[in-house]
Ligand binder design. Structure first.
Ligand code: XBP
Ligand code: MG
Length: 253
């Protein structure tokens, strides 16, 4: 059994349910401010999540769902401006405390810190968004709980490509077989597994529940607290009392 060297967390959908009431709302506010009549409904946004990365998602929307839009000559610049404004709106939403952490997240982060197990982040979202979420949900200075934060355009290819997990593993000089990744989506699992991580704990949400998680180690509805125990949706490793803790994770490894 390898020694557990780090826990690597995805952000959107895993640390917090940020997509529907955070990112989606921020995109729509940026569109309205730019005078665009685009409105990403809860349902449409579920389809748009097929592509990770906000700039990439806007382009996908134009290619697939809004082909009649008269594109400006500098489409890249247009999308970059829209996305910059979307990030500002997202950060404001986080400052207002719009989205809490998912059950069990803070408990597990704190347990790992106490036990000296390093924490890291591997996400496709913009780095400022990670800082804003952490600042609005965890104690002051909690960004420093994470040894490495891999986010956004730091790698050229976003999930499901393995690049962001490879980057985090390389920055921390870690063997992929000695870490556990936490994800909410099949793209995230593909990214982690592609980087050689074969222990991936999935906590699903409403957008990802029906996805294919054949490559995940275990699929849960949440990390669990004593008062709200986690349910196993797929896999044989049942967390004792429905609470994902370090003992359980070490057994997975
Ligand atoms: C999250 C994403 C992100 C956010 C939007 O995927 O795809 O793009 O939706 O953030 P994952 P930005 O949880 O797999 O990392 O607009 O900052 O890209
Ligand atoms: Mg995610």
């Amino acid at each position: 059994m390898a020694d557990l060297q780090a826990l690597i967390f995805d952000v959107d959908g895993t640390l917090a349910d940020t997509e529907r009431d955070g990112h989606r709302v921020a995109f729509n506010r940026a569109f309205a401010e730019a005078g665009l009549d685009w409105d990403w409904s809860v349902e449409l946004y579920g389809h748009l999540l097929a592509v990770t990365g906000g700039k990439e998602r806007i382009r996908f929307y134009l290619d697939k769902y809004n082909t009649g839009f008269q594109r400006p000559d500098d489409l890249d610049g247009f999308i970059a401006d829209l996305h910059r404004n979307k990030t500002a709106h997202y950060m404001s939403l986080m400052e207002e405390g719009a989205i809490p952490l998912r059950p069990g997240v803070q408990r597990l982060l704190e347990q790992a810190r106490s036990a000296g197990v390093p924490l890291a982040i591997a996400t496709t979202t913009t780095p400022e968004n990670v800082s804003a979420l952490v600042a609005s949900t965890l104690p002051s200075g909690a960004l420093d709980w994470f040894t490495v934060i891999g986010a956004g355009d730091i790698v050229p290819a976003k999930k499901p490509a393995p690049d962001i997990y490879q980057w985090v593993l390389s920055e921390m000089d870690l063997d992929a077989k000695s870490v556990i990744a936490f994800e909410d989506s099949s793209h995230g699992v593909s990214s982690a597994v592609g980087a050689g991580i074969d222990k991936v704990v999935v906590t699903v949400n409403d957008y990802t529940r029906e996805q294919d998680f054949a490559l995940a180690t275990v699929v849960l509805d949440q990390l669990g607290e004593a008062s709200t125990p986690a349910a196993v949706l797929d896999g044989t490793a049942v967390p004792p009392d429905g609470v994902v803790d370090l003992d359980y994770l070490r057994l997975l490894l």
